[in-house]
Write a protein that binds this ligand. Structure first.
Ligand code: HSE
Length: 285
């Protein structure tokens, strides 16, 4: 069988809703594929009991259909579903790369991004590419209708994942439908600051650009303990804190030496709210 590993990702980064994403050095999904007359899917690993194996309902089934590449597909989940860490996107990304190679379709990695995004539509109703792009390409990505731009960087990151669950569909419903001109100006400024920070590998600039005031506050209200986790992460040295994707994972950036303290502070804050959590001391992968 042909095997591909695809990493978890964190989308939005506050100011880049549905546009910005980063690949995380861990966790990851593993997808194995072999040619077959029709597509079958078997899912094992973290949270596999919540993932449909029906190809019509699984992100990976949509990718196999888009590539006209029927296969026996085995998905080993390292990324918990409904975590805000691009779980469905990682499976779709790995499947797109694996099936393209299995059937020698010859797509570039960039061309596989919109194909993998078809899988996202199955889960969230929108074919947004901000998770699949970094999962396929690595680094920091800017995904728009015109294509994907990528910057390689190894910025330190801390991800804290509480045991709670937020569905992407629910988290999309709370996003405001309109913004004021002041909010628009502020968001553009923050997004540009973050992008420059990524190019420079500067955690201060990236952190300043993550502080979104439109999408993140609406999403944060769905995550018990978020305000305390954010405050304590900053106190421990974080330079920026935001909701990872649709949540409930919380993402922080900091200087490399502060990763341990920031991770512990976030864990402790969730614990004080009575919520178990785990931490990934990571970097943009
Ligand atoms: N950009 C998407 C959202 C990512 O925030 O809804 C979901 O993982």
């Amino acid at each position: 069988m042909l095997t591909v590993r695809a990493p978890a990702t964190s989308a939005n980064l506050g100011s880049g809703f549905d546009v910005f994403g980063v690949a995380l050095s861990r966790p990851a999904d593993i997808v194995r594929v072999a040619k077959a007359d029709e597509t079958t899917i078997e899912v094992t690993g973290t949270g596999s009991e919540y993932i449909p194996e029906d190809p019509e309902k699984n992100t990976v089934g949509a990718v196999a259909a888009a590539l006209d590449a029927p296969a026996r597909i085995e998905i080993d989940k390292g990324i918990r579903p409904a975590s805000g860490l691009g779980s469905s996107a990682a499976s779709a990304a790995a499947a797109a790369v694996a099936l393209d190679e299995l059937y020698d379709r010859g797509h570039t990695r960039e061309e596989l991004v919109p194909i993998a995004a078809e899988g996202e539509a199955v889960v969230s109703g929108t074919a947004h590419a901000d998770n699949v792009a970094p999962s396929i390409l690595g680094g920091f990505t800017v995904a728009t209708d015109e294509g994907v731009t990528r910057v390689g960087t190894s910025l330190p990151l801390v991800v804290c994942l509480p045991e709670t669950v937020v569905s992407t569909r629910d988290a999309r419903r709370v996003v405001p439908e309109e913004v004021t001109m002041d909010e628009q100006v502020e968001t553009v400024g923050k997004a540009a600051t973050l992008a420059v920070g990524m190019c420079r590998g500067d955690p201060e600039l990236v952190g300043r650009g993550m502080d979104d005031s439109v999408v993140t506050p609406a999403r944060a209200a769905l995550i018990d303990g978020y305000a305390a986790v954010r405050e304590d992460a900053f106190a421990a040295g974080a330079t920026g804190v935001t909701v990872s994707g649709a949540g409930p994972a919380v993402l922080a950036t900091c200087r490399a030496n502060d990763r341990r303290a920031v991770g512990s502070a976030m864990l402790d804050a969730f614990a004080e709210a009575g919520i178990e959590a785990r931490v990934y001391r990571s970097r943009v992968g």
